[in-house]
Design a protein around this ligand. Structure first.
Ligand code: SDX
Length: 382
């Protein structure tokens, strides 16, 4: 029996420092809930870096030079095709199965066809290459399964389009406007990393046994799916649809708060004075609403945001505006969380690689509260 006392108990691990990391800092410069990736503020990255540059930053530790970006981007663009058995599998999986469940399966299948499937789990360089392939292939996987489940022809990846434009083209069958492309790319930059959130922690715990990066990413996808985490962006859209019109917003939210309902897209375990990502995305929602010529959803969202923030002291998190952003891009609501996952795979992979580079098995304790010292009886006497 360990001599260490188990009287320190933190429900939900709230406030527990489980790792040291050089990847993201949610305290930010001000120390009051800013977000930095490898020391760069999210505000600067949002205006100054593409998703490709940000993914490189997370995986390699610094922003790329022009030649490094050209090579990295070239590797992503040439890795977008999927193994044919995976495309065939999409035709077997019932179209009613949620895309997050199919994405979990997809990453598992991708691991079977990875050219370095037998590389040692701790091989840093191989893990970076695997991460790059997952970044490219997960986007194609989400788009292909969407088209097949809707009975639509596949739109092949195009190497002349960047990551965001290519994804939107594969899903919608048309190259997006520059405003749409830019807004989507920004959402990927904001979604790609967030320190030790539940899905990242899940990936790190998984590989802390010296399991492989694909197993870590599959575990993370399963964790992200939950509505308390990544699944909240899909639930946030359902709130807006349920309210339906700006005229209903105030009465709807007052009823919901009176019933002590959990309003999806609000609150955060770490950010108590506001999620910096939500602030940035809200601006783009206004722009896209103007581009599509319909500000109805903005006029529904605003009174809800005001009420929950002021009456519950719970500001919106990243999932509240991202739901509207993806609606303006004509994306199916069930794609919202898979998009979160295909962005976050760069952050998850960086954490997996960091864990495997300086590993210690993660094995916390539990306090036993069940019945003590029971005597076993023969089955006839039970
Ligand atoms: C993400 O961790 C990360 O970094 C995650 C993430 C990332 O980038 O990886 O930022 C992405 O997951 C964002 C969060 C998405 N989830 C949601 O929007 C779901 C709705 N939000 C909540 O369920 C909640 O706010 C959490 C789960 C996000 C955080 O919850 P905590 O820290 O566990 O807080 P709690 O559930 O203990 O709530 C504290 C109080 C409670 O009231 P009391 O019971 O004490 O009276 O605040 C209330 C809660 O009822 N509360 C809410 C609420 N969130 C908390 N009340 C109404 N609506 C909400 N959304």
């Amino acid at each position: 029996m360990s001599t260490e006392s188990v009287d320190r108990y933190y429900p939900g691990l709230e406030g527990v420092i489980a790792n040291e990391t050089a990847i993201a800092n949610v305290e930010g410069k001000e120390g009051a809930g800013g977000l930095e990736y490898r020391g760069y503020s999210i505000e600067d990255l949002a205006t100054g870096a593409s998703y490709e540059e940000t993914a490189f930053l997370l995986l390699h530790g610094d922003l790329p030079t022009s030649s490094q970006l050209r090579e990295f981007d070239g590797r992503l663009r040439s890795s977008r095709t999927l193994p044919l058995p995976l495309v065939d599998l999409y035709r077997q999986i019932p179209s009613s199965i949620h895309p997050m469940d199919v994405l979990r399966t997809s990453v598992s299948v991708l691991s079977h066809y990875d050219p370095e499937v037998n590389a040692p789990p701790t091989d840093h360089a191989a893990n970076v290459r695997k991460a790059e392939r997952m970044i490219a292939q997960m986007a194609t996987a989400v788009a292909y399964r969407e088209r097949i489940s809707k009975g639509l022809d596949l739109v092949a990846p195009r190497e002349d389009l960047d990551h965001s434009a290519n994804f939107l083209n594969m899903v919608n069958g048309q190259v997006p406007s520059e405003t749409m492309r830019r807004a989507f790319d920004l959402s990927l930059v904001l979604y790609t990393e967030h320190e030790l959130n539940a899905s990242t922690f899940s990936a790190r715990v998984t590989v802390s046994t010296l399991s492989d990066i694909y197993s870590g990413i599959v575990a993370a996808i399963g964790t992200l799916k939950g509505p308390l985490h990544g699944g909240a962006n899909e639930e946030a859209w359902k709130v807006l649809e349920q309210v339906g019109s700006p005229e209903n917003a105030e009465s709807w939210i007052q009823d919901a708060l009176a019933r002590k309902e959990r309003i999806m897209g609000f609150g955060h375990r770490v950010y108590k004075t506001g999620d910096p990502r939500a602030r940035i995305l809200k601006e783009y929602c206004t722009r896209l609403a103007a581009e599509v010529g319909d500000d109805r959803w903005e006029r529904i969202a605003e009174p809800i945001e005001q009420a929950v923030t002021s009456q519950k002291n719970l500001p919106p998190n990243v999932d509240w505006p991202s739901a509207r952003l993806y609606h303006y891009m004509n994306l199916d609501i069930e794609l919202y969380t898979p998009i979160f996952a295909m962005a976050r795979v760069a952050g998850w992979s960086a954490h997996v690689i960091e864990q495997l580079d300086h590993n210690r098995l993660m094995r916390p304790r539990a306090r036993y509260i069940g019945p003590p010292n029971r005597e076993i009886k023969p089955i006839e006497q039970r």
